[in-house]
Design a protein around this ligand. Structure first.
Ligand code: KG4
Ligand code: ZN
Length: 342
């Protein structure tokens, strides 16, 4: 039952290959979270095809928004404001969500709030962890992003570091493809690694000179490819599970080391992870163990809130809304929008 003072955000997300809509009450209560995934469609191409993604978003968007309202048990008129991801992401994909949200805002006269996709990922942590409040350090690891961020306050971020080349998820996807696991590779490497030995092959843990919080994964990816090539040349049979486990361990070691250095440096004793790769079971276990040792409270979203979804956009949108942030009907898709920019 909605009370008059409740703030209901209808959120829309279409930045990559998920068409998603959600209704979020008072920032932290998810009333619905509808995700129409296109993964099966892109799998045959080995990755996301932007034009196909845009077309599929157009086909699905109205239906997904409708479903989010029905599942939440609310009518459009009950909604307080509409939040939408406007960047970063694929421009054609973003445009579908932005256009839908603008149309609803125009037709109903309800306020519109453009939300940064990474801000959404970070905010996913607020939905299930009701006690979590800034400041804290957050590691965002997804298919397109690897960011180490200080969340100073709601919507106030300080970027400590990011990847210089491949994102963590991208490295998972590329290595998975090289060992024949298919797309998306992250969950498949996660699963196969459980049968492998993470110490079997020594892969590099890259550091970026003079930038303790930056990441670089392209060297690791090349090391895996070189290892596979040299095995092939020597006629040595590859143990895929060992390759997966050793690669995954190399990624996790670097993520844990850099992130916990930041937590120690800033002294908040609170740390969160977000993004698709944050659902990796070994990554969670590694952070859980290290944080327990160092007495750091560790937060992470359920897998369904790690992957692209609109509930996280609704939560981020709520905090922007109560700060008074509003977007105009000239809101546009910004494919390379930086975190903290408007
Ligand atoms: O956040 P997300 O759904 O989309 C982006 O904003 O990029 O992240 C997708 C990425 C993909 O690269 C996928 O392989 C990776 O997250 N991923 C995983 C796992 N589940 C998804 N990586 C490692 N382990 C997983 N369990
Ligand atoms: Zn994402």
């Amino acid at each position: 039952m909605e009370r008059k003072e409740d703030i209901l955000i209808l959120a829309v997300e279409s930045s990559c290959d998920e068409t998603a809509a959600a209704v979020v009450r008072n920032g932290r209560e998810m009333l619905s979270n509808v995700i129409s995934s296109q993964i099966a469609l892109h799998t045959i191409y080995g990755g996301v095809v932007p034009e196909i993604a845009s077309r599929k978003h157009i086909e699905k968007i109205n239906q997904v928004i409708e479903e989010a309202l029905v599942k939440a048990g609310v009518e459009l008129e009950d909604i307080t404001a509409i939040a939408v991801t406007y960047g970063p992401g694929l421009v054609g994909a973003l445009l579908v969500g932005v256009s839908a949200a603008k149309s609803i805002s125009f037709a109903t006269g309800k306020p519109l709030i453009g939300v940064h996709h990474i801000e959404g990922h970070i905010s996913a942590n607020f939905i299930e962890n009701k006690e979590l409040e800034p400041p804290f350090v957050c590691l965002v690891v997804s298919g397109g992003h690897t960011h180490l961020v200080v969340v100073r306050d709601y919507g106030v971020y300080e970027i400590l570091g990011c990847t210089r080349d491949d994102a963590a998820g991208e490295a998972f996807d590329k290595v998975a493809r090289a060992i024949g696991l298919g797309y998306p590779g992250g969950p498949k490497i996660d699963k196969l690694s459980k049968e492998g030995n993470p110490q079997a092959i020594s892969f590099p843990r890259a550091k970026v000179d003079g930038a303790a919080y930056d990441f670089s994964f392209s060297g690791l990816k090349s090391a895996v490819l070189n290892y596979l090539n040299s095995c092939e040349m020597k006629g040595i049979e590859i143990n895929k599970a060992d390759v997966a486990a050793s690669f995954q361990k190399a990624v996790i070691d670097v993520l844990v080391e850099h992130a916990l250095l930041a937590v120690q440096e800033y002294g908040f004793q609170k740390f969160a992870i977000a993004g698709g790769v944050a659902s990796n079971s070994s990554l969670r276990a590694a952070f859980e163990a290290e944080c327990a040792k160092k007495n750091i409270a560790f937060y992470y979203p359920s897998p369904i809130l790690c992957t692209d979804n609109a509930a996280m956009i609704g939560t981020a949108g709520y905090y922007e809304y109560i700060k008074g942030v509003r977007s105009g009907y000239d809101l546009n898709a910004v494919p390379n929008l930086r975190l903290g920019e408007r």
